[in-house]
Structure formats: structure tokens, C-alpha cells
Design a protein around this ligand. Structure first.
Ligand SMILES: O=CC(=O)O
Length: 490
């Protein structure tokens, strides 16, 4: 085969170039001012042309190579090959279908999620330190419908994802009585929730007081409900300091900032916002995985900075078919598993106990799960047992080819260990939506290519945050009307 001439008309991967060079007499088009100037003995030696999506074989080239038998394209698209001319001259044309189908489809999903959920913009927001000055704006949902349990109980609450209808009127059965009920909002949340609480109740905003003591000394006796969030909850001291407290309603699914034991002890119900945000968080998890493995944010930076003109972006890593290990197979963990199945990923999981009805492989230890996973996703609740569930041993078990995704809580991960593993190359990469001391993010991460950093935006779309706000309002209304709570945790 060494005497067969092959003309390479485009820069392909070094591997293909080397292998062609080993087997054939290889002519590289860029070594000549133009193909018309190939010495005539080369022209007659060339029996094959290898091109790609950007350079192929036009009619002139085909006509200029009298011994041409085949055009083999390193691409699925053959728009750069004059297929008609090849047909006319009986020249074979090959291309590379099937082998790249999953890869391109994966990237299309990654791009969709990156655009809808503003993944690259959010990553820039974190890296530039802007998160410290306020939260990132809400984005748009990737999945098309929101379902909430017991929707009928919401009364005047309207929940439509396609056209989000904002709840503007309090339940008429309740108006009047409610205005005297004191509600404490402990953190800035969606303006819509703030406004709607303000319309219905006597609202106290914690951040408007110099400190908790002043707030409590003036209003403790009026407060009958606390509205919490993922960043600020209700600790034992606050619960004890509110003698009239009847309910804690959290604008979040994670309730690690609420002292649930204290609430239980005092018979105070706690509500949260499960289900309505499951799709959103699972979508974002897939977006994070794709952004990390396919380097979507880094590629976006590469294009925006004009570097593409100086050469192609380096090759990245395939998602489809990778083994995915999930820590915590609750609602969100299951939704992530279902999505990853669509990418033909074998799924396994760790949880405190094996789920008898689950089809996924169970590992009784996180280290074992990490050793057997390419991608490890943290999707469990934060408790004392799951604090730093990702430690040095787990990170080392995941290894330099492994990827960590955290959409749970920052405190699930020993961040110091994570940063050193990333910096030292002991871990392949990390996609992080949460951090130990939000909105502070370790600055060592800002310059790394193998991380995607998001400002805790798992559920942060207009549609889902509105649905979560409506659940908070619905739970409070149900409580004060003496009806069953919509989404009680306690
Ligand atoms: O982190 C978000 C939530 O707990 O809802």
C-alpha cells in the first residue's frame, strides 16, 4: 500500500494523519501552494482524497486527478465534495455516519440547555466574582410542563408553565383576616413572592432590620409564620424566640437551614417545594454534565475571543455511554437517572439503604460507587451524615478521568480537598452549582478549564420559581384556613 498516493486536503486529527502516513504515500495539500501545482508524478500517484467538513473535493480537483478512485470524508456532511462529479466518474465517496450521531445529538442537547439556562453566562458570572453583588437573573425552563400535587387545593393559585400566570389576588374567603397575620421573610426571594406575601399578610423582611435582636424585640409576638429559603432558614434560636410561630414554609426543596427537630418538638409544621422543581434541577444537571465534558463554556470563550481563527478547539470527552453514579436516588436523583438513561449511560447509585424497586445498580459505599463511575452526581439532602460525603478518598476513587457534579449543597463536598484535587489533576473535572460558602467561591477555580461554575441556579427559572412561590403561598393559605397543607415535610 506504500505506493498508493493519498491526498489529505484538510487538517484532520493527528491520529488519522499519522495512520495514513504509515500506510500510504501521503501528500498534504498545505505543503503545496495549490493543488494545481502538485508535481505531475504526484498527481498520477494520487488514488484517494481525504477531506473533512471544511475541505473536500470539488469538480476541478476531481478532474485534475486522473487516477482518483475514492474520496473519503472525515465528516458526516459531504457538502464540500462534488458528489455528482464523483458519480459521473465512478469515484467512490465515503463518509463517517453513525459513529458521530450520539456525539452530535449530545451536543445539541447541551447547547439547548446552555442557551435556555444561560450556562456559559452563569459560569462567567461566578468566575468574575459578580455573584457576591447579587443573584443571577432567572432563566427559562428546559422541560415543558410543571405539575404540582393537589393543585385543586391551591384555590386562586394559577400554575401554568407555558404562560406563567401570576397570582395577583388573595383568596377572597381569606382577605381581611390575613392582613393582621405576621409573616417573617428571612431572606430576599423572588420579588413576586415578596409582593404577594406583602399583599396578604403583615410582612416583616429580616434584612430591613439592623440585626435579629431588633427585629424580634419589635415584632416577635406578631409573627405566626416564617418563610425560609435555601440560603436562610429557621434555626432553634429563632423558633424559640417566636412565641406565636405556627408554620415554617420554605421556598426550597432543601431544608437543611431549618431546625426540623425543634419544629417537631414544638409541633410546628414545615412545608417545602418538592416536585415542582424536579425537572428543572435534573435538566440543569444534564446541562452541567454536557457543559463540563464537551467544554461548552470554554468553547464559547474560545469563539468569543477570536481564538478559533488561529486553529480548532481541542477534542473533548463523550457523554453518551459513560457510567453515571448518583448519590441519593430521591425525586431529583431519579429524574437525573431517567435523563442519563436517554444518553445510554449505565446508572448506579448510593443511598443509605438499597431501593428494592429500583432497576439501577446499588453500591453500599460512596467510595465503591465513585470507583465504578465516570461521572458522580451528588443529589442527596444535606444532613449530618452527608456533610462532606465527597472527601479525599471519594475524589481519589473517582480519579483523574472522573467528573464530579454537585447540584445538592456545597457542604456535601470537602471543598479544600476538591480544589486541591482539581489543581493537582487528581480529578478530571467538576460541574458545581453549589459551594460551601456561597456566594464565595474558591478563586483557585476561576482559571480552571475543567470546571463549570454556576451560582446555585438549579431551580432558578421564571416558571419554576413562580411555581415554588405559589406553593409557599398555597401552603400558608391552607394552614391559616385550617386545611391540609399542600406539601408538608413535618
Ligand atoms: O437549593 C435549592 C432548593 O433547595 O430548593
Amino acid at each position: 500500500m506504500g505506493s498508493i498516493g493519498v491526498l489529505l486536503v484538510a487538517n484532520v486529527i493527528p491520529y488519522l494523519e499519522q495512520e495514513l502516513d504509515k500506510r500510504y504515500k501521503l501528500f498534504r495539500a498545505w505543503d503545496y501552494p495549490n493543488v494545481a501545482q502538485l508535481p505531475s508524478q504526484h498527481v498520477t500517484a494520487i488514488r484517494a482524497v481525504v477531506g473533512n467538513a471544511s475541505a473536500g473535493a470539488d469538480a476541478a480537483l476531481i478532474e485534475a486527478l486522473p487516477k482518483l478512485e475514492i474520496v473519503s470524508s472525515f465528516s458526516v456532511g459531504v457538502d464540500k465534495v462534488d458528489v455528482e462529479k464523483c458519480r459521473e466518474k465512478g469515484i467512490r465517496v465515503t463518509y463517517t455516519p453513525e459513529v458521530l450521531t450520539d456525539e452530535v445529538a449530545d451536543l445539541a442537547i447541551g447547547l439547548m440547555l446552555a442557551v435556555l439556562r444561560r450556562i456559559c453566562e452563569s459560569d462567567r458570572f461566578v468566575r468574575s466574582g459578580q455573584w457576591k453583588r447579587g443573584d443571577y437573573k432567572l432563566t427559562t425552563k428546559g422541560t415543558s410542563s410543571v405539575r404540582i400535587p393537589n393543585q385543586s387545593l391551591l384555590g386562586s393559585v394559577a400554575l401554568h408553565c407555558d404562560s406563567v400566570e401570576f397570582l395577583t389576588q388573595p383568596n377572597p374567603n381569606f382577605a381581611g383576616e390575613m392582613e393582621s397575620i405576621g409573616v417573617l421573610l428571612v431572606a430576599r426571594v423572588l420579588p413576586y413572592l415578596d409582593q404577594e406575601l406583602d399583599k396578604r399578610y403583615k410582612l416583616f423582611r429580616a434584612w430591613e432590620y439592623p440585626n435579629r435582636e431588633q427585629l424580634l424585640s419589635q415584632h416577635a409576638a406578631a409573627i405566626r409564620a416564617v418563610v425560609a429559603s435555601s440560603s436562610a432558614g429557621a434555626d432553634a434560636a429563632l423558633i424559640e424566640a417566636l412565641p406565636k410561630l405556627e408554620i415554617v414554609s420554605s421556598f426550597s426543596v432543601g431544608v437543611d437551614k431549618i431546625d426540623k427537630e425543634k419544629c417537631r418538638e414544638k409541633g410546628i409544621p414545615v412545608t417545602y417545594t418538592p416536585d415542582v422543581l424536579t425537572d428543572e434541577v435534573a435538566d440543569l444537571t444534564i446541562g452541567l454534565i454536557l457543559a463540563l465534558l464537551r467544554r461548552i463554556c470554554e468553547c464559547d470563550r474560545f469563539v468569543r475571543s477570536g481564538q478559533w481563527k488561529r486553529g480548532n478547539y481541542k477534542l473533548t470527552t463523550k457523554f453518551s455511554g459513560k457510567t453515571v453514579g448518583i448519590i441519593g436516588l430521591g425525586r431529583i436523583g431519579e429524574a437525573i437517572a431517567k435523563r442519563a438513561e436517554g444518553f445510554k449511560c449505565p446508572i448506579s447509585y448510593y443511598s443509605r439503604t438499597e431501593k428494592r424497586d429500583s432497576k439501577y445498580k446499588y453500591y453500599p459505599s460512596v467510595v465503591e460507587l465513585a470507583s465504578n463511575s465516570d461521572i458522580l452526581v451528588v443529589a442527596c439532602a444535606l444532613t449530618e451524615e452527608t456533610h462532606h460525603i465527597i472527601n479525599r478518598e471519594v475524589i481519589n476513587a473517582l480519579g483523574p478521568k472522573g467528573y464530579l457534579i454537585n447540584i445538592g449543597r456545597g457542604k456535601h463536598v470537602d471543598e479544600t480537598e476538591l480544589v486541591s484535587a482539581l489543581v493537582e489533576g487528581r480529578l478530571g473535572g467538576a460541574g458545581l452549582d453549589v459551594f460551601e460558602n456561597e456566594p464565595s467561591v474558591p478563586e483557585e477555580l476561576f482559571g480552571l478549564e475543567n470546571v463549570v461554575l454556576l451560582p446555585h441556579v438549579g431551580s432558578a427559572t421564571v416558571e419554576t420559581r413562580t411555581a415554588m412561590a405559589d406553593l409557599v403561598l398555597g401552603n400558608l393559605e391552607a394552614h391559616f384556613l385550617g386545611k391540609p397543607l399542600l406539601t408538608p415535610l413535618i
